[in-house]
Design a protein. Structure first.
Length: 282
């Protein structure tokens, strides 16, 4: 079962798919522990025939997309000879003919299927398939970010004693901040940045004494200044930080100079140490 935030991400992908392809009907379902799934999100439908439909791996168009882990399509669902027909009654009730199915693949595992459909028998060309795949790629990236955010929150709640484990936490923090800025403005992006902030605060000096909050006199950096310092903490050069964050090298230098001025530091190492003492980065 999808959680509310994940459901919102799926609905956004469906809306984007309909808008960019001008295909009137879109629906989707996410897999659980197994490879089967239920259709849970619909847009552009006129009935509830598809809602809750359980799709088994290999069955129908969606099950085939799961089994092959690649997009599939049919020009006329009911007469197609390349798919099985366990779900014909539901498809017919909604009046669908041409259908494409794109698997949602996260970390090499199929996590669900996004469909787009027409109520007439027309070939869905490469443009429609490519546009649908682009919408699904954005959904996949969103799901990756959510998984990383959950891993980050688990790291925040688990005491870390191994120095090597600390480096993994710090690397995850920097990576998540970078991923957050690739997302559009919205609740998910802010949720991720808030999680990064809570991790940094929990790892600060006050957290070691059980307080878990930022010192009242701590310096405040802008989000991008924190991004730059966090990446530098992992040993990145200005060029590497620029490539990772999508900024220009000159912009990275400007953010670093600004952070150093606020923190009262003179070297990169001093800046990282000061940022950690201020609970700005883990």
């Amino acid at each position: 079962m999808t959680d509310p935030a994940e459901s919102g991400a799926i609905r956004a992908a469906l809306s984007r798919l309909r808008r960019t392809t001008e295909i009137p009907v879109a629906f989707a379902g996410m897999t659980g522990e197994g490879r089967g799934f239920r259709i849970t999100e619909l847009t552009g439908t006129t009935t509830q025939a598809l809602r809750g439909l359980a799709i088994a791996p290999g069955n129908g168009l969606g099950g085939k997309a799961v089994a092959l882990a690649r997009p599939t399509s049919v020009t006329d669902y009911r007469s197609s000879r390349v798919i099985s027909h366990e779900y014909d009654s539901a498809v017919a009730a909604e009046g669908l003919r041409s259908v494409l199915a794109v698997p949602v693949v996260v970390r090499r595992r199929v996590r669900g299927v996004v469909y787009a459909a027409l109520r007439e028998s027309l070939a869905l060309g490469d443009r429609a398939l490519d546009t649908a795949a682009d919408a699904v790629r954005e959904l996949e990236q969103t799901l990756v970010v959510r998984e990383e955010a959950q891993r980050l929150m688990q790291a925040q709640q688990t005491p870390v004693r191994d120095p090597r484990a600390w480096e993994e936490v710090r690397e995850a923090h920097a990576e998540l901040r970078t991923l957050a800025h690739r997302l559009p403005e919205g609740a998910l992006r802010q949720e991720l940045l808030d999680a990064c902030g809570r991790l940094a605060t929990a790892c600060g000096p006050e957290a070691a004494r059980g307080q878990g909050k930022r010192p009242p006199d701590a310096v405040t950096l802008t989000p991008r200044e924190v991004d730059v310092v966090s990446c530098i903490a992992g040993g990145g050069t200005n060029a590497a930080v620029a490539a990772r964050t999508g900024l220009k090298p000159e912009t990275v230098k400007a953010y670093l100079r600004s952070a150093m001025r606020k923190l009262g530091t003179h070297t990169r190492l001093e800046t990282v140490v000061a940022a950690r003492r201020a609970a700005l980065i883990p």
